[in-house]
Design a protein around this ligand. Sequence first.
Ligand SMILES: Cc1cc2nc3c(=O)[nH]c(=O)nc-3n(C[C@H](O)[C@H](O)[C@H](O)COP(=O)(O)OP(=O)(O)OC[C@H]3O[C@@H](n4cnc5c(N)ncnc54)[C@H](O)[C@@H]3O)c2cc1C
Length: 274
Amino acid sequence: MPTEVDYDIALVGAGPAGTAAALALRGSGLRVLLLDKAAFPRDKICGDAVPGHALKALRQLDPAYVDALWELEPRDEVRRSRIVAPSGASFYMHWNLRTFNSPRLDFDAALLGLVRRFTDTEIRENASLKTLEITPDYAHLHLADGTAITARLVIGCDGANSVVGRRLLPEPRLARAHHSAGVRAYFENVAGTESGTTEFFFSQNYLAGYCWLFPVGAGRYNVGLGMLSELVAQHKVDLKQLLLDTVATHPELAGRFREARQLGPVLGFGLPMG
Ligand SMILES: Cc1cc2nc3c(=O)[nH]c(=O)nc-3n(C[C@H](O)[C@H](O)[C@H](O)COP(=O)(O)OP(=O)(O)OC[C@H]3O[C@@H](n4cnc5c(N)ncnc54)[C@H](O)[C@@H]3O)c2cc1C
């Protein structure tokens, strides 16, 4: 006979995927555990642009979630994108769905706040999943601090380097051709920016990739560069240096960044896209 199980569902990772799953399970009557190796607020390397469809999906769960997120600060409401070609020519795309950019440090903490406020989910921070064992009865989660947890179902929401994915998904887990690398840094005092506008710069120098400039509220900008990982490896591209070179030498950006101040280091992370 199986022993008593600790939880019906264990959600590993409390980023957007894990918190959305916890919100979706509200009222299910199931015992849900949401665990994360970090303590929130925690940073996540990202462009900080919240897709309108993400807010739409949250609204379908409960409009109160989205109403609460619109109270979040800092935040910059986004209405359009400006796309800049290598030639310097540009055009605007206007968005149908209302949305905003906000630093993931704040946005993810706000999502976890919704889980705390609206659900009975048990939340454990500083709880890093080390190994996962599946037996006919349960999933057995072993945490780095030695804690053992059992659950009827485990949902891997632990991001691009998922421990759950490594244990459960068959090889190959990632389509290498669709894997990108991205870097970003925060800046302030960038000239020529327009609130409500995200900007994308394409250049012959970036191979298959682009540079972005996203307002995130409070006069700050998330500035980043993403490129297919295979090209980064093949051409030995130093993405962090390329980002700094780009804002210093790009025909349009160089002037706009002349008086800009960089806030913190350039940081990078993998970006699997399929
Ligand atoms: C440079 C870059 C720019 C991007 N820009 C954008 C953008 O502008 N807009 C957009 O929509 N998307 C963007 N993305 C993609 C976006 O960041 C991801 O799609 C999103 O974060 C995925 O959410 P998630 O909840 O699945 O994982 P994550 O946000 O990565 O969250 C995973 C969570 O799991 C936790 N975790 C990891 N391992 C363990 C473990 N072993 N035990 C316990 N917890 C664990 C982590 O601490 C983390 O909190 C960007 C990505 C990169 C790299």
